[in-house]
Ligand binder design. Structure first.
Ligand SMILES: [Zn+2]
Length: 246
């Protein structure tokens, strides 16, 4: 059976049986995969303590009969210690990991999402706690916006996504793919578009993730989150648990 040596980020760990764990991993070459770590939860296991969400590993993965791979060996590249020092950071990291788990498809090359998620985790590991909830952290929103982009779902916000007409845009229609002009908005069922939220999303998409805090004024964060959530729900059928209910 094929064996792969790969970098991987642990997205989620689930208990399985008496002593095993099933991991959701994000890898650059294999994409998102599930792998069983046999014996990982035995007290004597050397692996167990390393397999926490957010940890970056070098992993040896062996193909199985179905979709489930077997994790043979691991070496920690980055334990994400900074994430565990602060509840705010841990919850923000949880939002990023959940987004990757739900948005990145299984078994498809995922170099761009992998680089994005590892970058996000390293930024959050040194991020200051903010007054807003962690799900509205600029790095969380920036990561979600860039996951939209790597999924081919960049919202169109430069002109009307429905008729191509010029701004100002008054509504947001996820089904049309972005902002819509006043004429297309009326009676369409689209949501009102807050200009500050649209500006924040455009900036998050255009600028490096490290600059996300400069892209999102605190009063625009919830609106930007909502625009991202509408796109995810409309086009991927994904509603993030860490987000606000739609
Ligand atoms: Zn229009």
């Amino acid at each position: 059976m094929a064996t792969f040596e790969t970098d991987a980020v642990v997205l989620r760990t689930l208990r399985y049986g008496e002593s095993d764990a099933i991991l959701a991993l994000l890898t650059p070459g294999l994409g998102r995969v599930s792998a069983i770590a046999k014996g990982a939860r035995k007290p004597t296991s050397k692996q167990g303590g390393r397999l926490q969400p957010g940890v970056r590993l070098q992993a040896t993965l062996v193909e199985g009969r179905g979709d489930l791979m077997t994790l043979r060996g691991t070496q920690v590249i980055d334990a994400g210690a900074g994430l565990w020092m602060d509840g705010y950071r841990l919850r923000a990291a949880g939002c990023v990991l959940e987004a990757a788990l739900r948005v990145v498809p299984e078994h498809e090359e995922a170099e761009a999402p992998y680089n994005l998620i590892t970058r996000a985790l390293s930024l959050i590991a040194v991020a200051p706690a903010r007054d807003e909830p962690p799900r509205l952290d600029p790095y969380v929103l920036g990561t979600q916006a860039k996951l939209l982009a790597v999924s081919g779902l960049v919202p169109h916000l430069a002109s009307c996504a429905a008729c191509g007409g010029p701004p100002p845009l008054e509504g947001f229609s996820a089904s049309a793919g972005g902002g819509v002009c006043g004429a297309c908005y009326i009676g369409s069922g689209a949501e009102a578009l807050e200009p500050a939220a649209a500006d924040a999303l455009v900036a998050l998409l255009a600028r490096p993730l490290a600059e996300a805090p400069e892209c999102v004024p605190p009063d625009a964060a919830a609106g930007a989150e909502r625009l991202i959530a509408l796109m995810l729900r409309e086009h991927l059928g994904v509603t993030l648990k860490s987000g606000t209910p739609l």
